[in-house]
Every structure is written in C-alpha cells, then in structure tokens.
Design a protein around this ligand. Structure first.
Ligand code: COA
Length: 246
C-alpha cells in the first residue's frame, strides 16, 4: 500500500500489488524498509532486475520506487531527514553483492513525485529521456553498458460502433492499479456500448509488443494517470465518447 494504509483511495487498488509481489519475490525483487526506533515503517525502496522493468540493458537493477512517507496522515512526514539517502545506499550495496553492474532509476524532470534531480544528487547520471520521464544510472564497473528506455510502439485502435477503454497494467504500482480498477468499474456502467480491454504487461512479450507498462486509453486517446484521475472523471470522459456514438 505504499506506506499509505491510512488512505481510503488505496482500498480501491485491488489485489494487483499482492499478485505482483507473489510473482516477483522469487525473481530478484529487492525491498528495503526504513523503520524508526519505535518500529514505525516510514520509507521504502523497491528494485528489480532490469528485465522486469521499463528499460533494457545487461546485468543491471532498476528502482521501481523509492518513497519516504511525506504526508501528515498515518506515520507523518519523514522526508528530508536523510532516510532516502540511506535507503538508496542500502539498495546499491545489495545489488552490488548480487554481482550487478549498476543501478538504474527513473525520475521526473519536473518537481513532483520521484524527481530526477534527487537521483542526480545521489550520484546518478542521466542516460535517456522521453518527455518528462528521465532514466538515470550509477554504473559500478567500467564495462557496464548504458541502459535505454523502452519506447511506446503502438496504441489501441478504435472499435467501430463502440467506445473502447484500454487499461495497461503491470501490477507494481498501487496508484496505477487504482486507475485500472476505476476504469474497469466505470466502463461496466455503459453496458455493451463500451468494451473494456485489460492488457497485462507483466507478461514481457506483451509489454515489448506495446512498449507501454501502465496507461489508460479511451479509444485512441491516452488519459493522464499520474496522479490517478477520480472515478467520476474517468466516467465523464467515457460518457463523452459514448454520446458521440451513432
Ligand atoms: C525522493 C525521496 C525518496 C528522498 O528521500 P528523503 O529522505 O526526503 O531525502 P534525504 O533527506 O535522504 O535527502 C538526501 C539529499 O537530497 C536532498 N534533497 C531532498 N529532497 C530533494 C529534492 N526534491 N530535489 C533535490 N534534492 C533533494 C537533501 O537536501 C539531501 O541533501 P544532502 O545530501 O546535501 O544533505 C523523498 O523525498 C520522497 O519520497 N519523495 C517522493 C517520491 C515519490 O513520489 N515516490 C513515489 C513515486 S511513484
């Protein structure tokens, strides 16, 4: 639940993360948790071998997510106390001990969510970029080969006489899992006028076919999903397309 067991929104995320965890726990998933002296869990980092990520490369690990709890709800705000720095160091030591040649991170070039600037401060170097999404890495050996982002290859097609709602889901990100669940629920309210397509991108072949891990499309239009749009918002967008059907 991304340390957000206090959040009502998280209750809408379904069991996708649990299923993802059960698949990944024997496939090299690494997790470090930051715990206070009085046993509060206040931060985490999750990393996977690069072949389970949205990038490609050789013998590297990829940070899906680093998060130090920053809201006043729940355990409270623990950011900017050096916890993030210690989490990323712990992950680096772990993947080095597994023989990896480097650690890769993704971040945003704008000052929201996981910022590329924070990784730069921790010694990570920008290696690839797509729109506001930045790929960075820290090689541990001279023969490490720079990773690349996997790019979008195609998008869903319109279905004549219907509205299509296509939700790509990998399972690792609870915020994206919320979007999937909301879209599925909203689509079901329009009967046979709307076709809901679930695309399971945990399957590597499927992910490589599309080059999309987590996303929502209504017909051919991609809907922004970070932060998750509300249920009402998604429903309104579908309704607008349904109205245009002949
Ligand atoms: C990024 C994050 C993990 C950093 O953890 P943190 O515990 O707050 O950071 P630290 O206190 O360890 O910071 C280490 C250094 O980075 C600096 N720093 C902190 N926030 C920064 C920012 N937004 N940009 C650049 N540098 C930053 C600190 O000043 C500190 O510098 P120093 O080494 O010179 O003292 C945390 O802020 C966070 O969780 N942010 C939100 C990330 C998010 O949205 N995750 C979910 C994404 S799906």
């Amino acid at each position: 639940m991304c340390l957000e067991d206090w959040s009502d929104e998280m209750k809408e995320a379904g069991d996708h993360k649990e299923l993802w965890y059960n698949k990944m726990k024997d496939k090299g998933l690494g997790v470090k948790i930051a715990v206070t002296e009085d046993d509060k869990v206040v931060g985490m980092i999750q990393y996977v071998p690069l072949e389970y990520s949205t990038a490609e490369g050789d013998n590297l690990y990829f940070i899906n997510c680093i998060w130090v709890h920053g809201y006043k709800e729940g355990v409270g705000d623990f950011q900017k106390k050096g916890i993030g720095k210690r989490l990323i160091k712990a992950a680096e030591e772990d993947v080095k001990s597994k023989g990896a040649k480097g650690l890769v991170a993704w971040g945003l070039s704008i000052p929201v969510f996981m910022r590329a600037s924070w990784f730069k401060k921790q010694g990570y170097v920008k290696i690839d970029k797509q729109s506001i999404s930045v790929l960075l890495w820290k090689p541990f050996s001279n023969d490490a080969i720079p990773p690349k982002m996997i790019r979008q290859k195609k998008k869903p097609k319109e279905i004549p006489g219907k509205v299509s709602v296509t939700s790509f889901i990998n399972g690792w990100c609870p915020a994206q899992n919320i979007v999937f669940e909301r879209a599925r629920r909203a689509a079901s309210e329009f009967g046979d006028k709307v076709v809901f397509n679930e695309i399971d991108t945990f399957n590597r072949e499927t992910f490589l076919e599309w080059g999309i891990a987590d996303a929502l499309f209504i017909d051919e239009k991609e809907i922004r999903t970070g932060p998750p749009p509300s249920y009402e918002d998604i429903k309104k967008k579908i309704a607008k397309r349904v109205k245009k059907l002949k």
